[in-house]
Design a protein around this ligand. Structure first.
Ligand code: ZN
Length: 473
């Protein structure tokens, strides 16, 4: 019934670590030419950055005055409260965390003389201390917190060196953890910092001008929203800059006649993986940082070889294969990330036996064509490349696990190894994400929940982002 059963060999001692992945090749499959994956040129800037009305005064060196006297009291009371503010800092990076009673919107801006980054979040009040030293030493010297008007908490981070926001996001409450605004900051060159300050100021002035034209004297939420919208579209806004976006190839497992695992109530794995793939694509594209493609767009069969080939032919920077398999032990649940087992039988070695393929491989890696007399050298290089890809796969896996851990239930040993055929590209970092198990009722409920999937997609996207930040320069 199940052809092509692949065995996993787990990292942990448990004899439960072997997870059979079911896939079926169509009985009379024909090798189709691999279609080129289109790189999506969409460029949506969603770095939630806004330069707010009050920041004009901050930029000009005056502190903002409360300007929301006409604020609707009901709207104000609906806003969350800031519970605590924490800043940790090393010479390379820093993180600001604001605990919130509920999720809220936020904005940030870079300012100079002195160099600082101001982060505003919409809240009705704060229980946090009004200033503090950053824990650790490094990028951030100290910080100050103040309410700007009735509906905004500003945290001003005083920088000891040029720095920039790497990513900023709001986490939903989870278990006993409150909602959180997290702002990650990394070092930048002085030029980068100055350019950011300028861009923020210009974007702000453009908005201020438009407001005057509109004769707008809006207050409160409308104003905030309008500014958010404008600044999000403003050229030169402080988004994370990158000249060429990495291509993320998302591989929804199974498809067509191969439905994959099935929950007791009839949900098929192939449906879940495709749904999640689309959602993850949206989040990644919205970040403005990635090109994204899927190995399948609909309910069609795609052979494993083809999935691997798609990643290689398109020079994907990451292949992320999605699954939600079944397990005989119905207690097993939670998300996990697989990379390929170093010890596993290497099917691709057969292909690599042909010199041409090796040369092709190396060309793809930017090493150029080698002479046949250098066969041995080629072997060594291919081996090195493969090791490097496994190392990269491990790094990206870790990065994703790190983010998942903060958002959803994950398995006790979430970073796992197994011999998955689809992960064998020698030149594309590849990971397999088991979203959960269709054999576990609680997981099934999660997998069917759009809200849960969104939370996972957000976490995975952050993990991918962090991985590429670490490898960017
Ligand atoms: Zn599967």
């Amino acid at each position: 019934m199940e052809q092509g059963l692949e065995q996993g060999s787990g990292m942990e001692q448990s004899n439960r670590a072997v997870i059979p992945i079911k896939f079926q090749l169509p009985a009379f499959s024909i090798l189709l030419p691999v279609p080129a994956v289109l790189r999506l040129g969409l460029h949506v800037i969603v770095a939630a950055l806004a330069i707010l009305m009050t920041l004009i005064s901050a930029a000009a060196g005056q502190e903002g005055e409360g300007q929301n006297s006409m604020q609707d009291q009901d709207a104000l009371q609906a806003l969350p409260v800031a519970l605590a503010v924490r800043v940790s800092s090393t010479p390379q990076r820093a993180r600001l965390v604001i605990d919130l009673s509920e999720t809220s919107s936020f904005a940030f801006v870079s300012l100079d003389e002195p160099r600082r980054i101001a982060v505003d979040v919409r809240v009705s009040g704060s229980r946090a201390r009004d200033r503090g030293e950053a824990a650790g030493q490094g990028l951030i010297k100290n910080y100050e917190i103040s309410m700007i008007g009735e509906d905004r908490l500003r945290t001003t981070l005083l920088l000891s060196a040029s720095a920039q926001v790497q990513q900023a996001y709001v986490l939903e409450p989870f278990d006993d953890q409150p909602a959180r605004l997290v702002v990650d900051i990394i070092g930048a060159s002085d030029e980068e910092f100055s350019a950011r300050v300028r861009a923020d100021r210009e974007a702000f002035l453009a908005i201020a001008g438009q407001k005057e034209d509109a004769g707008g004297n809006q207050e409160g939420q409308d104003l905030f929203r309008a500014e958010m919208d404008h600044v999000s579209d403003a050229p030169g806004a402080s988004k994370v800059q990158s000249d060429s976006r990495p291509l993320i190839l998302i591989d929804p497992g199974h498809g067509g006649a191969d439905g994959g695992a099935r929950s007791p109530d009839g949900v098929q794995e192939k449906e879940i993986t495709l749904l999640f793939a689309r959602e993850l694509r949206e989040v990644l594209i919205a970040s403005g940082r990635f090109d994204v493609a899927l190995t399948r767009e609909g309910d069609v069969a795609v052979m494993l070889e083809e999935r691997v080939q798609l990643a290689r032919d398109n020079r994907a920077d990451l292949l992320i294969s999605l699954h939600a398999d079944s397990f005989e032990d119905t207690q097993i649940r939670g998300a996990s990330v697989y990379i390929r087992d170093e010890q596993a039988t290497d099917v691709l070695d057969k292909v690599l036996a042909e010199n041409e393929n090796k040369a092709d491989l190396l060309a793809g890696f930017g090493l150029g064509q080698s002479e046949k007399s250098e066969e041995r050298l080629v072997d060594i290089l291919v081996d090195l490349m493969r090791r490097e890809m496994r190392r990269q796969s491990f790094m990206v896996g870790l990065s994703i696990v790190e983010q998942l851990r903060q958002s959803v239930r994950i398995r006790r040993f979430p970073m796992r190894r197994a011999d998955f055929f689809v992960l064998q590209s020698p030149d594309v970092p590849s990971i397999l994400l088991e979203l959960g198990f269709l054999s576990n009722d609680l997981d099934v409920r999660n997998l069917k929940s759009e809200q849960w999937r969104k939370r996972v997609a957000d976490a995975v996207a952050r993990g991918i982002g962090a991985y590429f930040d670490g490898n960017g320069s």
